[in-house]
Design a protein around this ligand. Sequence first.
Ligand code: ATP
Length: 246
Amino acid sequence: MVENKTPMIQVKDLYKVYKVGDTKVYALNGVDFTIYKGEFCAIVGPSGSGKSTLLNMMAGLEKPSKGEIVIAGNHIEKLSENQLVAFRRKHVGFIFQSYNLIKTLNAVENVALPLSFRGVPKKIRNEKAKKYIKLVGLEKQMNHMANEMSGGQQQRVGIARALAVDPKIIFADEPTGNLDSKTTKEVLSLMQKIVKEQNQTLVMVTHDNYIARFADRQFHIVDGKIFKIEEQHHEETKGDMEDVQS
Ligand SMILES: Nc1ncnc2c1ncn2[C@@H]1O[C@H](COP(=O)(O)OP(=O)(O)OP(=O)(O)O)[C@@H](O)[C@H]1O
């Protein structure tokens, strides 16, 4: 599935312990895995299993209690807050459940926004934003305001915005959580296609087993531990999505 196996994210003996009063909560309880360049991986597990904690650690949003996270050769658990901000800007794109678009900006402006934070000149950022808007199939909606688009269209803009900064890795937290089952399938298929075409690495968190099957590999997590890693053959996910609860 991944022909050239270059490690992109290496998680080694990872722990996150929260203190709640006198008790310790082991949100992550010894997690080890490697995600390779070009892979679409899903972290799947029930509520409270540690998915968000794991995603936050990999994105450098929270520090682990113990263990290592190596992303493209960088030990991110050793970086300072300022270095982490720079790391995220350079390497990471995010797709959120709630899209997080600016309602008063149109599709192109929303996609161009992270580029303006990076000081990319207006002409270049608009060209780039249009390229990604086309890639996600929204050429006709380019000038629509975010609040004039359907949920599925807004999430496509969210995907284009994540891609526009050419991130090495894209993290997606329940990206289809607010979509109906048909749109869920469309958005997941689009994510699959783009990851393959651009050789990106995509890590998605979900509680839904069916949605997780769109990924190349699924990491099943319970009580802060990965108990099973499953590989998926995509032909099987091309059936109907009637079981999907969105
Ligand atoms: N800041 C915190 N302080 C204390 N405990 C926390 C904190 N954040 C998470 N936890 C605990 O760590 C465990 C894992 O939480 P986490 O949010 O990672 O789960 P999750 O799988 O993402 O759940 P959900 O699908 O409901 O978002 C839970 O028991 C949670 O209560």
